[in-house]
Design a protein. Structure first.
Length: 318
C-alpha cells in the first residue's frame, strides 16, 4: 500500500542541519500494526509526518498504491490526507470549550457522505463514542475530561474520517498505566481493518498486539522485526483520488518545486542534450553542404562529365 525507496528527510535552517530519516526502504500494508520506537530525535515523528503527507521527502521515493508521489502537487497531497490518513497527535488538538459530541461532530461533518442527514450523522457520532467508551460523556465539556478520556475523544474524532490509515504519535505518553493499557486495547481493535502505525517510547505496551516493530536511531532503522506476515493488498483504488495520468507540464513544474534537486538535474540534462544536438546538427549540415559543393564543382569542370562546359575561341587558337 505504501512504499519507501531509499527515502530521506533532512531539515535545513540557517543554524543547523537536522537528520529526520536517512535511506529508508520499506513497505506498509493494509492490515499492518506497526510499532515505531526510539529515543527523542530518532525520527519517529518524521516517519509519521511523511506517511501522513504533512512532510515531503528530501530524497528517495514515496509510493502510494503503486503511484509515485514525485509529481504530486499540494492539491494531490491534500486529497491524500483527506481520503487516506487519520492522525491522532500527542497533544490531542481538541476544542476544550466544546463538548465531546461537538468535537467528534466536526470530523463527521467534514467527511460524511454527501447528502447525509443530521440524524444519520448523529448515529455515526454516537456509534464512535460507544466504540471508544465515552457515550455517557457525550455532552460533557472536553476541559473537564481526564487525559485518558481526551485521548479517546481524539481517537473517536480520527475514526470519524473512516480512512484506511491511522497514525498515533505517543498515544500513551501522557497516561497512567491503567489508562495506557485501555488505550492499547482500543488501538488493537482499530488495527484489525486499518494500517495502524504507532510511535512510542514504550513499545513493550504494544508488542503483544503488533505485527511489526521498527526501532529508529538518529534517522536510521536499527531493528525491523516482523511478528506476523501482512496481507499484501491495496485498501482503495488510488484512481478514486488521483488521476491515472499527470499532464507532462504538471509533472515538469511539480518536479521542480517538490523535488528541486531532481528538477534542476532534469533541466540541466535537457539543456545539455539540446546544445549537443544543435552542435552535431550544425557540423553535419556543414559537412553535407561542403560535399554537395565539391560534387557540383567536379561536375562542371570535369573533362569526362556529359554536362561539362566547353569554351572555344572563334579562331580556334590555343
Amino acid at each position: 500500500m505504501i512504499e519507501f525507496i531509499n527515502l530521506s528527510k533532512h531539515y535545513m535552517s540557517a543554524e543547523k542541519h537536522t537528520v529526520g530519516i536517512t535511506g529508508l526502504t520499506t513497505s506498509f500494508y493494509s492490515n499492518d500494526f506497526v510499532v515505531v520506537s526510539g529515543s527523542s530525535g530518532s525520527g519517529k515523528t518524521t516517519l509519521l509526518n511523511i506517511i501522513s503527507g504533512i512532510d515531503k521527502p528530501s530524497d528517495g521515493e514515496f509510493i502510494i498504491c503503486n503511484q509515485s508521489t514525485d509529481y504530486f502537487g499540494e492539491k494531490d497531497f491534500d486529497n491524500y490526507r483527506k481520503n487516506y490518513v487519520s492522525f491522532v497527535q500527542q497533544d490531542y488538538n481538541l476544542i476544550e470549550s466544546q463538548s465531546v459530541f461537538d468535537n467528534v461532530k466536526w470530523s463527521v461533518d467534514l467527511n460524511a457522505i454527501k447528502g447525509s442527514t443530521k440524524r444519520e450523522k448523529r448515529v455515526i457520532i454516537i456509534t464512535l463514542l460507544e466504540k471508544v467508551g465515552l457515550s455517557d460523556k457525550a455532552f460533557q465539556k472536553v476541559k473537564l475530561l481526564s487525559a485518558g478520556e481526551r485521548q479517546r475523544v481524539a481517537i473517536a474524532r480520527a475514526l470519524g474520517k473512516d480512512c484506511p490509515i491511522i497514525l498515533f504519535d505517543e498515544p500513551t505518553g501522557n497516561l497512567d498505566v491503567i489508562n495506557a493499557k485501555a488505550i492499547v486495547e482500543l488501538i488493537n481493535e482499530i488495527s484489525k481493518d486499518k494500517l495502524t502505525v504507532v510511535s512510542t517510547h514504550n513499545p513493550e505496551l504494544f508488542l503483544k498486539h503488533a505485527s511489526r516493530h521498527i526501532e529508529l536511531q538518529r534517522g536510521l532503522v536499527v531493528k525491523d522485526h516482523l511478528f506476523r506476515a501482512s496481507d499484501v493488498e491495496l485498501l482503495k483504488d488510488p484512481r478514486a483520488y488521483f488521476k491515472d495520468e499527470v499532464p507532462l507540464k504538471n509533472m515538469f513544474f511539480n518536479n521542480i518545486f517538490n523535488q528541486p534537486k531532481r528538477g534542476l538535474t532534469m533541466i540541466f540534462s535537457f539543456f545539455f542534450v539540446s546544445i549537443i544536438t544543435l552542435i552535431l546538427s550544425s557540423v553535419l549540415f556543414h559537412i553535407n553542404d561542403q560535399n554537395n559543393l565539391e560534387r557540383v564543382e567536379d561536375s562542371m569542370f570535369s573533362n569526362f562529365d556529359k554536362q561539362r562546359l566547353i569554351v572555344s575561341k572563334f579562331d580556334n587558337m590555343p
